[in-house]
Design a protein around this ligand. Structure first.
Ligand SMILES: Cc1cc2nc3c(=O)[nH]c(=O)nc-3n(C[C@H](O)[C@H](O)[C@H](O)COP(=O)(O)OP(=O)(O)OC[C@H]3O[C@@H](n4cnc5c(N)ncnc54)[C@H](O)[C@@H]3O)c2cc1C
Length: 539
């Protein structure tokens, strides 16, 4: 086996908005950015549609943006962190414009601001209607490629973090291109930034790239990092039900532009449910769509009256999905379903993106900074990734840099070789896991569904042991979600339990977890599971 060995000042695992922002702000440090695909491909960042929330309009204010974010977060957001991102929103837009990103403007030169659910003001800065991610990433990628201090390693998947005594030393990975034989990559560094994105890929229906399955969370957990809020998975109400995997998204901005939600009887089922009707917070909409589906109804977006022939120019990306499905949004109803979309929880960080492991930093969707609380306000995630990308870089720039210790690296390479020897694809089990998580840990949960979910995940683990590192990571991440969902015996934000339908003030707190707590937590849940099964037989 040949190993390519790199020794940059900082390793950034992930080339989405978060990772690229860290890289651009680290100059003149020597940086290595690693992505599983070609830069920009299969990232949520490139797929993002509506844009970035920014209180840029003269009648808007940081206070209003702060207020909307805190209200949506249902008491669990860290106010200090929210103040930080909200107060930086205008600067973030200016930074992007300065590297050539073009946002949609009105004829008078002002921003053409979109509206999304639970925002009290039009404040979404977007590009080419619903193609914001493509344009933002175009700007960031051009800048990164022209920066001589940044090395980009494309098509490399990081499988392991080298560590000792709660301190990291680097990462080990491999080229994903099977035509490059035995080509492993070792990157030594005392500073690693995980910017690996979300985990929607562990659910059967998701808007995320399938490669977003919480790998960064698994990597961090394996070196002892503290995780938090793992139970908070946000489901987007309007995935396009065209039978595709991943599910294409119909951005919330479509409802902001006046589209209605209807069932097959043309009933606007959100009327009377929430004062904001179709622009109620995401959890409220997703749960009501779920109720309709549970009653046997089909659910649609009706864009015919309020958007009509303007659909193609306003939402070109969604329009192109519709054309492929032979649906004309100006004439036809668009079938939709709620889908796993955004993970609020993740690797716990402080106000500067530091994790509990020395030298390990996180930002973007993999990080749990405390911005979103129990529910994310639409378009605050790109904002968070851009603001924290800069914060992490500034903090790292202030740190001393250590020389690498080669003996640690060699011992890790040996273990890594053994770990990867039996790697094969395990599609059947991956699909079973994704279906289990969707069915039992989806939009609505209760004790029975969570226990069924755990039983299934343990069966999958037992039957598939060692088949694939990807599956092992998915199992680990699922277990953390299951523990969080079981422990939070209340409904709050995007965590909805039928058996505990109300908010409980005792749960105005975060549920922290780690690899160390997991075994004990699972034992406790399994003993409940046995009692539960006994009780069901007795009945
Ligand atoms: C369809 C869709 C629409 C959205 N629309 C919006 C929106 O309008 N506004 C908004 O604010 N948010 C939106 N979001 C959410 C937002 O896009 C994401 O939260 C954000 O882009 C995450 O950025 P990131 O840099 O953390 O991760 P990503 O952009 O997902 O990038 C992750 C990177 O990590 C790499 N990676 C992962 N694991 C490894 C590994 N083991 N080894 C090497 N590389 C690895 C990947 O290759 C990739 O480069 C949307 C999300 C989706 C899916």
């Amino acid at each position: 086996m040949t190993e390519k060995i790199y020794s940059p000042d900082v390793v950034i695992v992930g080339g989405g908005v978060a990772g690229l922002t860290v890289a651009l702000n680290l100059a003149p440090r020597r940086v290595c950015v690693i992505t599983k695909n070609n830069l920009g491909v299969n990232t949520s960042s490139s797929w993002s549609q509506a844009g970035i929330a920014a209180s840029i309009d003269k009648d808007d204010s940081n206070e209003k943006h702060l207020d909307d974010t805190l209200k949506t977060a249902k008491g669990l957001a860290n106010k200090e962190v929210v103040e930080k991102i909200v107060s930086e929103s205008v600067n973030v837009i200016k930074d992007l414009e300065s590297i050539g990103v073009q946002f949609d403007k009105n004829p008078d030169g002002s921003f053409n601001l979109g509206l999304e659910g639970a925002h009290s003001h039009n404040r979404i800065v977007g590009s080419k209607g619903d193609s914001s991610g493509i344009e933002i990433m175009r700007g960031l990628i051009n800048k990164v490629k022209s920066s001589e201090y940044i090395t980009i390693l494309e098509n490399v998947s990081i499988d392991s973090i080298m560590h000792e005594d709660n301190t990291i030393y680097g990462v080990i990975g491999r080229f994903t291109d099977k035509n490059i034989p035995n080509n492993h990559v070792v990157i030594q560094s005392s500073h690693i930034v995980l910017a690996t994105g979300g985990l929607g890929g562990i659910f059967a229906n998701t808007t995320n790239p399938r490669s977003s399955y919480g790998e960064g969370i698994a990597l961090a957990a394996q070196v002892g990092a503290t995780l938090t809020d793992m139970e908070f998975v946000q489901f987007h109400p309007t995935g396009l039900d065209f039978g595709l995997d991943p599910t294409p998204l119909a951005t919330e901005a479509i409802r902001g532009a006046g589209a209605h939600l209807v069932n097959q009887n043309k009933e606007r089922f959100m009327l009377g449910v929430h004062p904001e009707v179709e622009l109620a917070p995401r959890d409220v909409i997703a749960q009501n769509i779920f109720k309709q589906i549970d009653m046997g109804n089909s659910v649609f977006l009706d864009c015919r009256k309020n958007i009509g022939d303007d659909f193609e120019s306003k939402f070109p990306q969604v329009y192109s999905y519709c054309v492929k499905a032979e649906i004309d949004p100006a004439k036809d109803l668009m079938p939709i379903l709620p889908v796993a979309h955004y993970h609020i929880g993740g690797v716990k960080t402080d106000l500067h993106g530091r994790t509990s492991v020395n030298g390990l930093w996180c930002c973007g969707e993999v990080a749990a900074t405390g911005v979103h609380g129990a529910n994310r306000l639409a378009s605050n995630s790109l904002l968070e990734a851009l603001v924290f990308g800069k914060v992490v870089a500034q903090q790292i720039n202030n740190e001393p840099f250590k020389k690498q210790i080669d003996k640690i690296t060699s011992s890790f390479i040996r273990t890594y070789k053994e770990k990867t020897r039996s790697k094969i694809r395990a599609r059947k089990y991956i699909w079973q896991l994704r279906s289990t998580m969707m069915r039992h840990l989806g939009i609505v949960r209760n004790q029975s569904s969570i226990l069924k979910g755990l039983t299934e995940i343990i069966r999958i683990e037992r039957e598939s042991r060692g088949l694939s590192a990807k599956l092992n990571d998915m199992i680990l991440v699922s277990k953390f979600i299951i523990v969080g969902a079981m422990k939070r015996t209340e409904s709050r934000g995007c965590h909805l339990r039928y058996d505990y339908p109300n908010e409980d003030p005792n749960f105005l707190k975060h549920i922290d977890q780690s690899q160390e707590t997991l075994i004990k937590d699972l034992e406790n849940i399994q003993s409940k599971s046995e009692l539960f099964i006994e009780k069901s037989f007795a009945n």
